[in-house]
Write a protein that binds this ligand. Sequence first.
Ligand SMILES: CC(C)(COP(=O)(O)OP(=O)(O)OC[C@H]1O[C@@H](n2cnc3c(N)ncnc32)[C@H](O)[C@@H]1OP(=O)(O)O)[C@@H](O)C(=O)NCCC(=O)NCCS
Length: 332
Amino acid sequence: MARTEFISTGLYVPERTLANDELRQWWDTSDEWVRERTGIETRHWVVPGEQAGSDLALEATRIALQRADMAATDLDCIIFATLSPDYFFPGGGVYLQRKLGVTGIPALDIRNQCTGFIYGLSIADAWIRTGQYRRVLLVGAEVHSTGMDFGPAGRDASVLFGDGAGAVILGPTEEEGRGVLSTHLWADGRHAEHLWCESDSSARFPRISHEDLDAGRQYPRMNGREVFKHAVTRMPESVRFALAQNQLSESDIHLLIPHQANLRITEMVQRQLGLRDDQVFSNIQRYGNTTAATIPIALHECVEAGRLGRGDLLLLTAFGSGFTWGSAAVRW
Ligand SMILES: CC(C)(COP(=O)(O)OP(=O)(O)OC[C@H]1O[C@@H](n2cnc3c(N)ncnc32)[C@H](O)[C@@H]1OP(=O)(O)O)[C@@H](O)C(=O)NCCC(=O)NCCS
């Protein structure tokens, strides 16, 4: 059976950047606080009303297509991972499809937040290995900045997040030993409310009320300590699981790209796995947490910087709202 290889990657972030100190126009915060606790120095935000998530996804896709020397019409399907779709429904996949001008091909939306890219990779891999689709576009794209609480209660979560998109084009390879070796997914819904957005909600009538708005239920809420605690356990666990499934060990890892949630989380994951600095990639300093987009953005930067050579072992891991988490082992 063929395996799935990464044909190309792309990344796009909006031009507007905000350094930590610029956030002080809204929140009682400081560069020192954000940098020390999260490693973040700056992030990109859209100019509200000018770009939606599907626009960011489109630009990232254009780069991936160009790197692959392919046209949009060569794609067989689209998988779009996001927690911030342009609209409540339909999902972002159809908007990206329309902007790419490829009417007809399927567009699947993935709603697994920070783990969305790995959930999407798992589905793409199954489709490619079974021969259902040959050229799969997998995109992670987020616009967080238009959904933030710019009041005092928002300062803990809002300083973490940035806007951006990463895209990969996946396809089959017959080359012995190469490609996606395995993907692994988990979830634990008991923790759903530790990182969530309550409104609007089809579980209530009306879906959003004045009272909801006054209480700020339309904004993401996060129990940062609980998220931190679980993330630093689940991500190393998921990496070890992926290694064991492939009879590999930590020393075989050429590069680990963890979901970029917080530099402190990444450092703890690295320590627990006993990895050297050169085995772990971080770019949260420049982008903040872009949720479903962090891994494909990081992957594109690694590819462009020549950090992945043919046959290198790449590990991916993510953790996020749900809670959901997952990992993937890839022979580049
Ligand atoms: C959010 C996070 C950085 C907070 O760090 P922390 O060390 O747990 O900080 P605390 O929540 O204990 O807050 C410490 C103090 O800083 C304050 N604070 C919160 N946000 C602040 C901000 N942006 N600027 C300045 N102070 C802030 C708190 O109000 C608290 O003040 P108090 O002691 O007077 O009550 C950390 O919990 C974290 O990274 N969690 C994981 C978040 C994450 O990765 N989410 C995405 C997952 S995919």
